[in-house]
Design a protein around this ligand. Structure first.
Ligand SMILES: [Fe+2]
Length: 393
């Protein structure tokens, strides 16, 4: 195996010991100026996609702001506003963050000190361990968070909420981890047209999750992350993650999403303070949520990031995802975005091509705000590998 490509980057200090002990770590990353610039960029992307610029304060009335944010959520959120998750995947500004060599350098450091050396709580079966290389990898294409304060979301006790919390969950399937670490992504539907990306087994293994926070969640009940520290070490001691609510045919998994209702677990979930501009990493075995309430006055803005260690299933997954990225498509078949994609979109002005795509579980994301110069990739050598444009050596 050839030596991995290294970028000469200035990597921030990382308290890896904290990650190893508690299963999560916060890493200050952006300066106040960078936070403001990137936050403004994200809000402008939202405006470009929805014709609404997200605002939170007078002189606008609460009723106006409520309607504004309901409109934004209805146009962008396939989670129905849960977690403030908005379906903005494709933009050059997001690609730049995903391929920032400093971030990947941090990720590799965390991987190497945890899974890469079988630290307690990060052991892999030998047959799995040998197939992953924690010095190389891929970025994934994920979404953003824009969660407005409850004063706006729940204005006047209206039934319709613009945004809300994410209930406790895992973004993996405990059963699949037991049986070989592959989450239960169903394969995408076979292509019915040359316009569709080639169908590949849509499985990935994302051992460490991540977001870049562009607002402050230092206080509880401001819409931020909550999690149960240390569960990476006791993950396999939990007999049934969903037992206290599942039954009567209730579905617990939506693609890789597993709702956690076992009260012996949820009682351990607590607020974790994260400062604006920080990268936040947590192990996939840590059950997590976002705060039930957002009693702050500012919107929560974050970019979800994901990185996959180099290995057979992740290489196939990235090849498939790159096909979507090149065409600006999102796959919503099989509940990947918690919804049935065939129910999304449509309308009288839908083209025949988009109809066919939608029938196969793909929808086309609205045009990117910044496409870059035609034919010119904005990535360096490592970025092209992270995006799956070039093979790792
Ligand atoms: Fe999650």
């Amino acid at each position: 195996m050839n030596a991995p490509v290294q970028s000469p980057v200035d990597t921030p200090e990382i308290d890896v010991g904290h990650f190893l002990e508690h299963g999560y770590v916060s890493v200050p990353f952006l300066s106040p100026t960078e936070i403001e610039e990137l936050r403004t960029t994200i809000l402008k992307i939202v405006e470009h996609r929805t014709q609404h610029f997200p605002v939170y304060h007078p002189p606008y009335t609460l009723e106006y702001l409520h309607n504004l944010h309901c409109s934004i959520s209805s146009k962008l959120s396939s989670t129905g506003g849960a977690g403030g998750v908005m379906d903005i995947h494709y933009d050059l500004a997001l690609d730049r963050i995903r391929t920032d060599p400093r971030i990947f350098s941090i990720v590799k450091h965390i991987w190497s000190q945890s899974y890469g050396c079988s630290a307690p709580g990060f052991e892999l079966p030998p047959n799995v361990f040998s197939s992953y290389d924690f010095t190389r990898g891929y970025c994934t294409i994920d979404r953003i968070c824009l969660r407005c304060p409850d004063s706006i979301s729940n204005y006047s006790g209206r039934k319709k909420r613009a945004t809300k919390c994410l209930t406790p969950h895992l973004d993996c399937c405990p059963e699949s981890i037991h049986s070989g670490l592959l989450p239960p992504f169903p394969p995408p539907p076979p292509p019915s047209s040359s316009n569709l990306p080639s169908a590949k087994p849509c499985r990935m293994w994302r051992p460490v999750q991540c977001f870049l926070l562009l607002s402050s969640n230092l206080l509880p009940s401001t819409g931020g992350i909550e999690l149960a520290p240390g569960y990476h070490k006791t993950f396999f001691d939990v007999d049934d993650w969903t037992s206290s609510r599942c039954g009567d045919g209730e579905q617990s998994c939506f693609g890789p999403f597993t709702a956690v209702r076992n009260r012996s677990v949820t009682k351990d979930i607590r607020h974790i303070p994260v400062s604006a501009g920080s990268l936040f990493f947590w192990d996939e075995k840590i059950p997590h949520a976002t705060a039930l309430a957002h009693l702050g006055s500012e919107g929560r803005v974050a970019i979800y990031l994901g990185f996959l260690p180099h290995g057979p299933c992740n290489s196939l997954y990235k090849e498939w995802e790159r096909g979507l990225w090149e065409r600006g498509l999102i796959w919503v078949g099989g509940g990947q975005n918690w919804i049935n994609g065939k129910e999304v979109g449509g309308g009288e002005d839908e083209s025949e091509e988009d109809k066919e795509l939608r029938a196969s579980g793909f929808i086309r994301e609205k045009q990117r705000i910044e496409k870059g110069q035609e034919g010119v990739q904005p990535f360096d050598a490592v970025g092209r590998k992270l995006m799956g444009i070039e093979e790792w050596d």
